[in-house]
Design a protein around this ligand. Structure first.
Ligand code: ADP
Ligand code: MG
Length: 341
């Protein structure tokens, strides 16, 4: 069976720009899969998504949907593919239509009975029955987002595209909506390409995550792979606070790790702030940290300080030292070390 999406060496440079916005990106997607793209602002996420939506023509490369190349948006009357739906950041609902009418709008070409049934089904699926008769302006951001999602699903697309869809919502609403989206997509068996700069959102809902940097797809893999086996220091840093030791540093200051570094042919070693513990037990890497600052984050503290040779060091803990400015001993399980090549 053809993959849902087949993307091969797709590139795009905007006119007048010397650097490409997207460079030779390749990946495939299975039906019903949830794939997120993360990366800093300007890394090419939106450009890639617009090409997948069939709204922007790649300069080079191939995009096939269910085995058929996407049509050239510049030669279409209405750009895009009916089985691929984009959910826009601003929801794009019709202001003078009720929620029901907004959902019925994409179904105008179907007979009335089917359209009615489908609208009830969508209201149910997205948990918005109570909103059916309301106008968009009478809804909260989260409710509008649900309606926008229901509308995108109306015509039973195979693939949904979302570009930072929750940037206007607060974290509580976002977390709840993400769960909801996940449930709805799994029921409807719709694939999703989800673009976000929030790594927690991406890790939470994705089957696979891709990391973009300057238009290049640096790594794509399961959420656990990107988090636990990041291929580069950039990727590791993007997913949370980390301490990175170059091979020179290891040789000079952490000779006990030298063998591990050379054994793996790695050029540096990373220690995530959350993998550091205050109990210096046997068989672990031990470090002395002179603490400078303690920050409260609600569910944990982060402590910043310096190692004996002056390098900054950060770690997280639930029970921080009572005062700063003192040396404390911390330890790290050796199998938690990250290696970069
Ligand atoms: P992201 O969504 O990850 O923030 P974008 O795809 O929007 O990244 O942008 C990728 C790069 O392309 C950036 O350097 C951006 O400045 C540039 N870019 C985006 N849209 C345009 C445009 N319409 N014209 C020229 N350059 C653009
Ligand atoms: Mg963007």
């Amino acid at each position: 069976m053809a993959p849902l999406l087949f993307v091969h060496k797709v590139s795009k440079a905007y006119p007048g720009e010397s650097l490409g916005a997207v460079n030779e990106v390749s990946f495939t997607m299975k039906p019903g899969e949830i794939l997120s793209f993360v990366g800093e602002s300007g890394s090419g996420k939106s450009t890639l998504l617009r090409m997948l939506a069939g709204l922007l023509r790649p300069d080079k490369g191939e995009i096939s949907f269910q085995g058929t190349p996407l049509e050239d948006p510049e030669e279409q009357l209405i750009a895009g593919n009916p089985a691929i739906k984009m959910v826009f950041q601003d929801f794009d609902l019709m202001p003078n239509m009720t929620v029901s009418e907004n959902l019925r709008y994409p179904l105008l070409t179907y007979n009335k009975e089917y359209a009615n049934d489908r609208v009830s089904e969508l209201l149910n699926l997205c948990g918005i029955q109570d909103l059916a008769k309301k106008l968009p302006r009478e809804l909260s951001g989260g409710q509008q987002q649900r309606v926008a999602l229901a509308r995108a699903l109306a015509d039973e697309p195979e693939l949904l595209l979302m570009d930072e869809p929750f940037s206007q919502l607060d974290p509580v609403n976002t977390a709840q909506l993400l769960r909801e989206v996940l449930r709805i997509l799994k029921v409807a068996q719709v694939g999703l390409v989800f673009v976000t700069h929030d790594t927690r959102d991406a890790l939470m809902i994705s089957d696979r995550v891709g990391f973009l940097k300057e238009g290049n797809l640096m790594q794509v893999g399961s959420p656990a792979e990107l988090y636990r086996k990041p291929k580069s220091e950039d990727i590791a840093r993007f997913f949370g606070p980390i301490n990175i030791f170059s091979s020179e540093t290891v040789q000079v200051h952490l000779p006990e790790l030298s063998d591990r570094l050379t054994g793996k042919n790695a050029v540096s070693i990373g220690i995530r702030a959350e993998d550091v513990e205050l109990s210096p037990s046997e068989g672990r890497l031990r470090l002395k940290v002179n603490t400078h600052e303690i920050f409260f984050h609600g569910d944990h503290f982060s402590v910043e300080g310096k190692l004996s040779w002056g390098m900054p060091f950060v770690f997280q803990t639930n029970s921080p030292p009572e005062k700063t400015g003192e040396d404390i001993l911390v330890s790290i399980s050796l199998d938690r070390l990250l290696y970069f090549y």
